[in-house]
Design a protein around this ligand. Structure first.
Ligand SMILES: NC(=O)c1ccc[n+]([C@@H]2O[C@H](COP(=O)([O-])OP(=O)(O)OC[C@H]3O[C@@H](n4cnc5c(N)ncnc54)[C@H](OP(=O)(O)O)[C@@H]3O)[C@@H](O)[C@H]2O)c1
Length: 278
């Protein structure tokens, strides 16, 4: 992949990627390193991060560092900032996140609270801390990974969709605030992407259609940075958001929820059946 000639000049020399141990974040890291940018990778799984860091150093001759961190912890920001000290970070990719599916009142409160911390609080604190540095250098970018679920309240995914609505609003507003400072902001809303996140949410891979490879989604995000405040990956996904936005809100919300409810219930029945055979 080759990004625009100016990419390295505007967003280099260092790129910070959260949620870089797998999925879309890992691919963001691989793609920018292939363009010759240095990377700082954040996630909890230190072993995975270390493997990626070593591969990127060997394959692309870039500097790469890992910061094993849990973004849901109260003191993560101090640790992150001290690990980033002395690095001229031009692009901040706040991508770490996870979802929880099910009826809102049936999901344990501590899991919901952790999701709020990772998906919203971490994005808020990271952008707040890095924006002054980007303004000072007079150029740079921020990518926030949102979701199509951020456009509507989604039954059976109520809190997750709410966290992604937060990311959408935050990113759109920052896009406008930071334009005059030559800082590009993009909210990337990946459609269904082939990552670990679905299994973790109790959704079987075979129940999803049109899954895109995470590399394709990350590449689109990098290419769209600087072009618009929000990018929904996938033509059909963009049409879906357009059509649903024109529907009466109650129909849009009900339609979004119906599909999710079906795949979760199907998966629960499958697991119950497989347990009863063992
Ligand atoms: N895949 C999709 O279809 C899809 C659709 C819409 C939006 N998204 C969004 O895309 C982003 C990336 O997800 P993905 O699909 O690539 O799934 P993924 O492979 O599960 O990646 C999630 C990343 O977030 C990190 N993470 C989770 N909790 C963390 C914590 N407490 N502290 C630090 N890092 C944490 C994970 O690393 P560790 O486990 O090592 O900490 C991992 O690197 C998320 O924001 C997700 O909501 C995905």
């Amino acid at each position: 992949m080759s990004l625009s000639k100016n990419f390295r000049k505007k967003y280099g020399p260092w790129v910070l990627v959260t949620g870089a141990s797998s999925g879309i974040g890992e691919q963001f890291a691989r793609l920018v390193a292939a363009e010759g940018l240095n990377v700082i990778l954040v996630a909890r799984r230190a072993d995975l991060l270390q493997t990626i860091v070593e591969e990127l150093r060997n394959q692309h001759g870039v500097e790469a560092e890992s910061i094993p961190l849990d973004l849901s912890t109260p003191d993560f920001l101090d640790l992150l900032l001290s690990a980033c000290e002395g690095k001229d970070i031009g692009l901040v990719i706040s991508n770490a996140g996870f979802g929880l599916k099910g009826l809102h009142h049936e999901i344990p409160l501590e899991k919901l609270s952790e999701m709020l911390d990772v998906n919203c609080r971490a994005a808020l604190m990271i952008t707040h801390s890095f924006i002054p540095r980007l303004i000072e250098r007079g150029r740079g970018g921020i990518i926030l990974t949102g979701s199509m679920e951020g456009f509507f309240g989604v039954p059976w995914s109520a809190a997750y969709s709410a966290t992604k609505a937060f990311v959408l609003s935050l990113g759109e507003a920052l896009w406008s605030e930071l334009r005059r400072h030559n800082i590009d902001v993009l909210v990337l809303a990946p459609g269904s992407t082939d990552t670990e996140t679905h299994i973790a949410q109790g959704i079987a891979r075979e129940d999803l259609f049109g899954l895109k490879p995470p590399q394709e989604v990350a590449k689109l995000g990098l290419e769209q940075l600087g072009r618009s405040p929000v990018y929904v990956s996938g033509f059909l996904n963009r049409q879906l958001i357009r059509v649903f936005s024109k529907l009466p809100r109650k129909w849009a919300v009900a339609s979004m929820g119906a599909g999710i409810r079906k795949v979760i219930l199907r998966n629960r029945i499958r697991s119950r059946n497989s347990e009863s055979f063992t």
